[in-house]
Design a protein around this ligand. Structure first.
Ligand SMILES: Cc1ncc(COP(=O)(O)O)c(C=O)c1O
Length: 372
């Protein structure tokens, strides 16, 4: 006999993490694999970041600063906001989940796009609220007009993923601003900018400037992608004080661990080194995109560190191609697990990993990959 649980947990979708490298090596008898399935950074932490993590080990018998003051101060300075407008989370995922806990009740609704980041459906299910899932526009970006039209008096929270995961499509700051102008000032909007650093548009960052003064706006960012610290779990939000107070009310007192705090703070002190890594990811994304184009592989042009692609040629099955790539030692994410059946999502890795992907794809699909 098991324990009695809330009826709500029945409705919570199971988050399907990508296959681990060890699982794939074991299953296919491989000695090495390339993992391009979780939108991670191919770079290890900067040496200076490793050094502060090492130093921090000594103090792990103490609780961390529950208010993450030093990190919040640095982020506040970077965004020209008061510290009271910064929330720190155990990954930006935690802030997103906390937004659901703090804002949703049974009888209320949350609006987000589909397909988008797999965590969003959890929020309504956990709170017993209703999820209004608005299909993406034909270009793979948010249909902001349809999202605005879905707002009614029950709506408590709207999430916009920009650029969108898994399509990589970006909506401009003007489009987001026009959307915000259409909805009530007291209706909470969370713009998830996990992939902000990889955006190749001149207006990137302007939505976070809006979050300085818009009463209903929270922009979330993460140290998981461009900063390469996903294993430590740290993200942040910039928004109005009513947003940060709501998130603060529902978090546990020591939600961000000590090593994550010092590592994130140190990372912010090396913008040139981080930017060099981001520049490489962007130039690799463009190189992989050109190669896919040359190979006749349909894909959605991306502003993230990943690309959503379809199998080349009619009749090629995405599941079969996914499996074939695994057999060849390349792990990508099956689009079926992301709400995009018939597609695969590949993360942009180091140049050698991207080459391994392109040549495995060429071999699996019977086409020649362009020379590296
Ligand atoms: C759109 C989006 N938001 C948030 C996250 C979560 O990031 P974090 O590691 O900060 O929790 C991800 C992770 O893949 C993501 O794709």
């Amino acid at each position: 006999m098991g324990i009695r649980t809330s009826a709500r947990i029945e409705g919570i979708p199971h988050y399907e993490p990508g296959l681990t490298m060890a699982e794939v090596m074991d299953s296919y008898g491989l000695e090495s694999v390339v993992k391009l399935a979780s939108n991670e950074s191919p770079f290890p932490p900067l040496p200076e970041v490793k050094a502060v993590i090492d130093e921090g080990l000594e103090g792990l018998n103490r609780y961390p600063d529950g208010a993450a003051r030093a990190l919040r101060e640095a982020i506040a300075e970077r965004h020209a906001v008061d510290m009271s407008q910064v929330s720190i989370g155990n990954g930006s995922c935690e802030l997103i989940v906390h937004a659901g806990v703090a804002l949703l009740d049974p009888g209320t609704t949350i609006i987000y796009a589909t397909p988008s980041f797999a965590m969003y459906p959890h929020l309504a299910a956990e709170a017993g609220a209703e999820a209004i899932e608005v299909p993406l526009a034909a270009d793979g970006g948010h249909d902001l007009h349809a999202m605005a039209a879905a707002v009614d008096e029950r709506t408590r929270l709207i999430i916009i993923c920009n650029p969108n995961n898994p399509t990589g499509v970006y909506r401009s700051a003007d489009e987001i601003e026009a959307f915000l102008d259409l909805i009530p000032d007291d209706l909470a909007v969370l713009v998830d900018e996990a992939y902000y650093d990889f955006v190749g548009a001149p207006d990137r960052g302007r939505v976070s400037v809006m979050a300085r003064t818009r009463p209903n706006l929270l922009v979330t960012r993460t140290f998981s992608k461009a900063f390469g610290l996903c294993g430590l779990r740290v993200g942040y939000g910039i928004g109005s004080q009513s947003w940060t107070a709501a998130l603060d009310a529902v978090r546990q007192p020591f939600n961000t661990n000590q090593l994550a705090q010092v590592a994130a703070l140190e990372s912010l002190k090396h913008p040139a080194a981080i930017q060099a890594r981001v520049d490489e990811a962007i130039s690799e994304r463009e190189r992989v995109s050109s190669a896919l184009r040359e190979m006749g592989v349909p894909f959605t042009p991306s502003h993230g560190n990943f690309i959503l692609m379809e199998p080349p040629g009619p009749g090629t099955d995405a599941r079969a191609l996914h499996e074939d790539l695994l057999r060849r030692g390349v792990i990508v994410r099956s689009g079926a697990a992301l709400g995009c059946p018939g597609t695969l999502r590949v993360t942009i890795g180091a140049p050698s990993e991207n080459d391994a992907f392109l040549s495995a794809l060429g071999a699996a699909a019977g086409i020649t990959a362009p020379a590296a």
